[in-house]
Design a protein around this ligand. Structure first.
Ligand SMILES: Nc1nc2c(ncn2[C@@H]2O[C@H](COP(=O)(O)OP(=O)(O)OP(=O)(O)O)[C@@H](O)[C@H]2O)c(=O)[nH]1
Length: 278
């Protein structure tokens, strides 16, 4: 027996349910698509660019009188910029979302793995370390906004443990997350993700490497012991370096220590706006 798919005559249009009105008088701050994996290109200080796969969130503001947004248009806009989705094209894509979805505000958030080449401290053997990169672009009635971020894994060694113990000190892997907004001074001297990674690594007890031979391992073990830092010290070390950089107008720094003597984490967070930017 043949089953025929129901077909819709072209002359009878499908109802656009999203365009129905809503009478609850509640606007939606952000509505859109999230957890969308998509190829992007990121500027790389050493090699010009790096291709990676981002997890994206794209959203718009929805006025109270509309029932729904037009989800397919987010993907349409993205697809039209396939292969050229970078920090430079981000504002164009955001403005296009506003136009195509007829909205006063749009946001794009991207999280992606980013690889930096590291050299082991003694043997100089090279390896790739993965960190997490982050962009948040937005546009609304007050203007355009851009936040650049990194999450960098490092080592921290507890100063208290070192002080009170006859030998040894507990140490752990920590993650330093830095998010910044740039000032106009950055238009000439762009802040690279590598600059933020360098600040994070210099602020911890020791950096991490994917590849370490024994002489390197000995070096980083003693480096951490010589640079003990509380979770508070790390956040303050990062904050001081960011405050001293005129290209940075706002930042959020968060350090999370995966405590090796507890089954919980310790964290610290600092939010700061340059007085001339507030
Ligand atoms: N607004 C909304 N759409 C959803 C949701 N879940 C799935 N969708 C689907 O998103 C799909 C695409 O929606 P639209 O962009 O409005 O599609 P369209 O009307 O063909 O496209 P346009 O003519 O450009 O508006 C539809 O099949 C919706 O059912 C939801 O929670 N909200």
């Amino acid at each position: 027996m043949r089953h025929l798919l129901p077909s819709l005559p072209l002359e009878s249009p499908m109802e656009d349910v999203q365009n129905r009105s809503d009478n609850r008088e509640i606007p939606i701050d952000r509505v859109g698509v999230t957890n969308l994996r998509y190829p992007i290109i990121v500027w790389d200080k050493a090699n010009e660019s790096q291709s990676t796969v981002a997890t994206l969130s794209l959203s718009v503001h929805l006025p109270h009188h509309f029932k729904g947004t037009h989800m397919s248009r987010f993907l349409e806009v993205l697809n039209e910029h396939r292969g050229e989705f970078t920090i430079k094209t981000l504002p164009t894509v955001i403005h296009e979302l506003k136009t195509r979805l007829d909205s006063e505000a749009a946001h794009i958030e991207a999280r992606f793995p980013y690889f930096i080449e590291k050299q082991a401290p003694v043997t100089k053997k090279t390896s790739l370390l993965d960190i997490e990169g982050y962009f948040h672009g937005a546009s609304d009635a007050s203007g355009d906004d851009f936040i650049l971020g990194v999450s960098v894994p490092v080592t921290s060694l507890c100063p208290c443990s070192k002080e009170i113990s006859d030998y040894g000190a507990h140490n752990q892997r920590s993650t330093i997350t830095i998010e910044i907004r740039m000032t106009s001074a950055a238009s000439e001297h762009f802040v690279w993700m590598e600059d933020l990674i360098e600040i994070a690594e210099a602020s911890a007890s020791a950096p991490l490497y994917a590849l370490l031979k024994r002489p390197d391992e000995r070096f980083v073990t003693m480096q951490a012991y010589d640079n003990p830092a509380f979770v508070e010290d790390i956040a303050r070390n990062v904050a001081k370096r960011l405050q001293d950089d005129e290209r940075i107008g706002w930042f959020r720094v968060k350090c999370v220590n995966q405590e090796s003597i507890h089954n919980h984490d310790a964290f610290s967070e600092i939010l700061w706006t340059r007085p001339t930017e507030s």
